[in-house]
Design a protein around this ligand. Sequence first.
Ligand SMILES: NC(=O)c1ccc[n+]([C@@H]2O[C@H](COP(=O)([O-])OP(=O)(O)OC[C@H]3O[C@@H](n4cnc5c(N)ncnc54)[C@H](O)[C@@H]3O)[C@@H](O)[C@H]2O)c1
Ligand SMILES: O=P(O)(O)OC[C@H](O)CO
Length: 336
Amino acid sequence: MTKHFKTFGVIGAGAWGTAIAQMLAREGQTVHLWALEPEVADAINTARENTLFLKGVPLKPEIRATNRLEDLGTADAIFAVAPAQHTRVTLRALRASLRPGTPVVLCSKGIELATGEFMTQVLKDELPEAVPAVMSGPSFAIDVARGLPTAVTLAMEDAALGTELIQAISTPTFRPYLGTDLLGAEIGGAVKNVLAIACGIALGKGLGRSAHAALIARGYAEMTRLALALGAEAETLTGLSGLGDLVLTCSSETSRNMSLGLALGKGEALGDILAARNAVTEGVATAPVLRRLARARGIEMPISEAVAAVIEGEISVDEAITALLMRPVKAEAVKS
Ligand SMILES: NC(=O)c1ccc[n+]([C@@H]2O[C@H](COP(=O)([O-])OP(=O)(O)OC[C@H]3O[C@@H](n4cnc5c(N)ncnc54)[C@H](O)[C@@H]3O)[C@@H](O)[C@H]2O)c1
Ligand SMILES: O=P(O)(O)OC[C@H](O)CO
């Protein structure tokens, strides 16, 4: 049976949730956007601007902001865009109102620190009757909100339903490509944030573009090792949600993860960097849990290990660089 997607719910009115709501909003469709902060919902509904998280973008009239998660319960599809560490609690709050079989598209990029779970597992725990999907790829919120061309992976097990959803949400400038490997898509999105911190550190330290390129390539190798060990498909990692997002995030100062690394490399303290920004930097929470996961499975992820050690205050940036450079040289294609 054909599913008609007319009403959407977006959980989280940060930069990305707001950009997704803007992309979804078009004539004849309604988008309910849940904001944690009353002033954000108010500004979107009255001034039609998200003055806290996405300043300067006039928002479409189809977007209705709310502070009540239950207002999203009747949507034909939900986009879950709260930061990874807050995803569980927001999904749980929807349990009483969401219709069974509603697609929930996970858009946050991270691993839950307390449990080590990826977002698909969190969704399964909290809303077992939802249809899971993952949307991930190289996409800065400001680019999508301004209508600049963007392509992402949208992974859903039911390819027919995924195709219908993509037809309902795609525009000439927002192009989701269908996949069925949810795990691969979410691993790419979570791991690239940690690797972007490493790339930022290297550039902030003045190690040069050769070192930067080496970090991207060796980072891609460790991301792929983890993905294959956890049962994801290699093709997913070569796509938009893997290599595509890794390249974007590791190469642009627009990335919060990359810019945090840059500041660390220049000698700023982690606490000061975080205190000065009003934006989530997912790699900071993901790095320690990623290290835990890799160690538990015996997967070698030296770059992520080094980032975790710096974030946890176990070693300095200089010690992390020395540790990486002192690693024994070995064959490039070694798998573990
Ligand atoms: N910004 C981007 O360009 C972009 C692009 C793709 C994916 N993402 C991912 O989207 C997710 C959200 O990032 P963002 O950039 O929209 O956030 P943001 O940094 O713009 O805003 C922070 C968000 O966190 C929310 N928040 C803070 N405390 C909370 C709590 N206790 N419970 C629920 N929500 C809380 C705020 O309400 C706000 O929506 C992240 O996982 C990020 O990796 C971001
Ligand atoms: O700003 P970042 O580092 O959270 O990255 C944003 C997006 O994930 C890029 O695809």
